[in-house]
Design a protein around this ligand. Sequence first.
Ligand code: BYC
Length: 336
Amino acid sequence: MTSTEKTPTLSPVADAPAAGASHEAEQAYFDALITEDSRVEPRDWMPEKYRKTLTRQVSQHAHSEIIGMQPEANWITRAPSLKRKTILMAKVQDEAGHGLYLYSAAETLGTPRHVLNEQLLEGRAKYSSIFNYPARTWADMGAIGWLVDGAAICNQVPLCRASYGPYGRAMVRICKEESFHQRQGWEILYELSHGTEAQKKMAQDAVNRFYGPALQMFGPPDADSPNSQQSMNWNIKRFSNDELRQRFVDMMVPQAEALGLTLPDPDIKWNEERGHYDYGPLDWDEFHSVIQGKGPCNVQRMQRRRAAHDEGAWVREAAAEYARKNAEQHAELMGA
Ligand code: BYC
């Protein structure tokens, strides 16, 4: 699976209806864009439910990128070498960039970024369950890169073909950067698993803690996923949660062998008939508890986000003042 998988055609399938066209004409045009696997752009009419589900998914995704900076930022000052520190800083900055592209894409659907941010700060918006687990050791930086970014790539490469143009385009760049992130995680784990006994133990412990939560990143099982079918009908999601989870397991089993580490699931077994690895049940009670705010770090993550928002007030004020002065000067010049 690569980011060069078939991309939706970029040109409209037919002439867009003229301004003031009937609702039927607009709906027919939207339906044609979806049927022809073309792209819906911000200028196009779209059903309110399509707009709503995209705003929900893209903003949750943006929040995840921003909250996801915390477990890794926690290790910047403790990275074992200057090289590791530089790489980790670059990765955390990439995540901030991903948040920015995604908030920008979400804004094109009509909800301003400050409103999306308020939803997060007030605890009304979800972000990925995975970021509510602590990063206890340096090996966790490896496990997050290898497993969490690995799961992210698996889930997000198909999103490069999402029917909504701004989201799909943002995902192309994000996926390229995620590939680098996964490699750095792999490399950390490879060095540790080929190091001393204590280092190998630390790597295995990190994989043991992050593997289950990484599988849960793909969302609830298909039978309990209220949004999947409609999102797939609209070409937002291209595969179901369980399909992507299976892809991920199939990808990780040989990679774990190459690392010399084991995945913490005794039920993993190649199934010749299915052409996939079977795997054991996941702890969905834990998943629901984490997304309801009761995970090990939910409170800490939100406290930190709110504090960072407050500490950044002067930056927002300075930027607004700079924009106001610029606009004033521009108006003066135009008037002169
Ligand atoms: N955590 O009907 P479903 C990253 C919610 S960033 C929390 O299957 P959908 C990275 C779901 O929102 C990784 N909540 O939903 C960053 C829904 O709730 P609401 C983030 C979850 O949308 C920094 C309900 O459960 N990736 O990789 O069809 C550093 C029912 O689920 C989770 C994305 O956001 C979860 N894991 O499918 C390193 C990718 N799963 O809104 C790495 C884009 C489900 O109805 N998003 N829920 O109240 C998606 O692909 C989809 O939104 C999902 C869920 C597959 C996540």
